[in-house]
Design a binder for this molecule. Structure first.
Ligand code: PLP
Length: 452
């Protein structure tokens, strides 16, 4: 029987001219005249098509995509089974609105998400179109179900840019500057970043001060437990720099939440859908959330978000929360095939390929003076660049140069946080492609350091 990986092109990058090529240049000029300048393009890539982990630009240059459309095309670009499901569904029914009518795809996907959700609790699902919307649903549900207004979130976190989600987001000032006061009732705690411990501890002495701060400071001052609905956390902090907390953090967070009847919301928008080598990052820590948000990898690139909650919490009445497009039939069809592919082999491939990359890069801090830290789970890998390993001063410009050099060698990467390189390829990525990415990055880090 043919397996998923056999469908995927194993090609490596092939560049046929200087970048950007003439067609790409023309599109970029039109874009700059008409498209919002708020988008953060870090290099001039104009994509035309994609297959597996490869994309081709409008001038015929082929790139290895270690960005996956911001960790989204989990099954690779245009996986044949996903394309077939989309085409078949689009030919039958594109939209009917699950808020007012029923269709089977939405029910089937809610059943599937309940079945694969972390923990044993019975679940219910509310659908939207994006990660931010999935978090909006989580915030609203936590407030509605508890009758309490306050949400505790974490510094460095990213939960989206709509006003509710933005009030939790504490990633970059530019995401908030000029937009007025976000939704009130949100307070922030330091995130457990062991490379830059906010409490000056070493991992071996860590007493999970980040949770103590919630318990002994926030709950005792500005966020009384009686007024606090939920603690919202990314199980692995994504946009903030691909930061993996120590397991004890989640044990303690669960204890504090339980003792105070506070709900745990996990934002699995980036860390979910197999990316970390398990279906949910929560499974690495053994703590099931009361509510969790899913988007990005759920439908291989079709716009879909889901707020998944304990069934006994999601009892809000008709009209309380809904979205015209949320759970659109075509997106649901793509999601059902995506989950099947993840379960058949891609979650395992993410774990295997993640281990392969990590084995090859874990000694980078001893080999490259500008690599401060290397961390990750599965195919959610961060490489933090510093000017000096002792002072840990962040090397933002160096990171930008590495991204640009990698692009010019045919490797697409994104940054995360101020100074971290992120590797988040599609989960179909092959051994050769992982090796190519590692070797290319080694060259680029060396070359960029010389330029500086
Ligand atoms: N939550 C997390 C953890 C994310 O990484 C993102 C996007 O990067 C979002 C929420 C927002 O998702 P979207 O851009 O689909 O609104």
């Amino acid at each position: 029987m043919a397996t998923t990986l056999e469908h995927v092109r194993q090609d490596l990058p092939h560049l046929i001219g200087p970048l950007p090529g003439p067609r790409a240049q023309a599109v970029i000029e039109r874009d700059s005249a008409h498209v919002s300048p708020s988008y953060t393009r870090c290099y001039p890539l104009v994509v035309d098509s994609g297959q597996g982990a490869m994309v081709e630009d409008v001038d015929g240059n082929r790139f290895l995509d270690f960005s996956a459309g911001i960790a989204t095309v989990s099954t690779g670009h245009c996986h044949p089974r996903v394309v077939e499901a989309i085409q078949q569904q689009a030919a039958r029914l594109i939209h009917m609105s699950g808020t007012d009518f029923y269709y089977e795809g939405m029910v089937g996907l809610a059943e599937k998400l309940s079945e694969i959700a972390p923990g044993d609790a019975e679940r219910r699902v509310s659908f939207g179109n994006s990660g931010a919307e999935a978090m909006e649903g989580a915030i609203k549900l936590a407030r509605w179900a508890t009758g309490r207004p306050i949400i505790i979130a974490f510094l460095g976190s990213f939960h989206g840019r709509t006003m509710g989600a933005l009030s939790l987001t504490a990633s970059k000032a530019t995401q908030r500057a000029g937009f007025g006061a976000p939704t009130p009732g949100v307070v922030h705690a330091p995130y457990p970043n062991c490379y830059r411990c906010p409490f000056g501890q070493k991992p071996e002495n860590c007493g999970v001060e980040c949770v103590k701060f919630i318990e002994n400071t926030l709950l005792k001052t500005i966020a009384p437990a009686s007024d606090t609905a939920a603690i919202a956390v990314e199980p692995v902090q994504g946009e903030g720099g691909y930061i993996v907390p120590p397991p004890k953090f989640f044990e303690e967070l669960e204890r504090v939440a339980k003792q105070n009847d506070i709900l745990l919301i996990f934002d699995e928008v980036q860390s979910g859908m197999g990316r970390t080598g398990k279906m949910w990052a929560a499974e690495h820590f053994g703590v099931p959330p009361d509510i969790f948000a899913v988007a990005k990898g759920i439908a291989s690139g079709m716009p879909l978000g889901a707020t998944v909650a304990r069934a006994d919490l999601m009892t809000w009445p008709p009209g309380a929360h809904a979205s015209t497009f949320g759970g659109n039939p075509v997106a649901c069809a793509a999601a059902l095939v995506t989950i099947a592919l993840l379960q058949e082999e891609l979650v395992d491939n993410a774990a295997r390929m993640g281990r392969r990359i990590m084995e090859r890069i874990q000694d980078w801090p001893s080999r490259f003076g500008n690599v401060g830290d290397v961390r990750g789970l599965g195919l959610m890998i961060g490489i933090e660049l510093v000017k000096d390993q002792r002072t840990k001063e962040k090397a933002h410009d160096l990171r930008e140069r590495v991204l640009d050099l990698a692009f010019r060698r045919g490797l697409l990467l994104l940054g995360a946080g101020d100074n971290t390189l992120r590797m988040c390829p599609p989960l179909v990525v092959s051994r050769d492609q992982c090796d190519f990415a590692v070797e290319t990055l080694e060259e680029c880090i060396t070359a960029a350091a010389k330029q500086g």
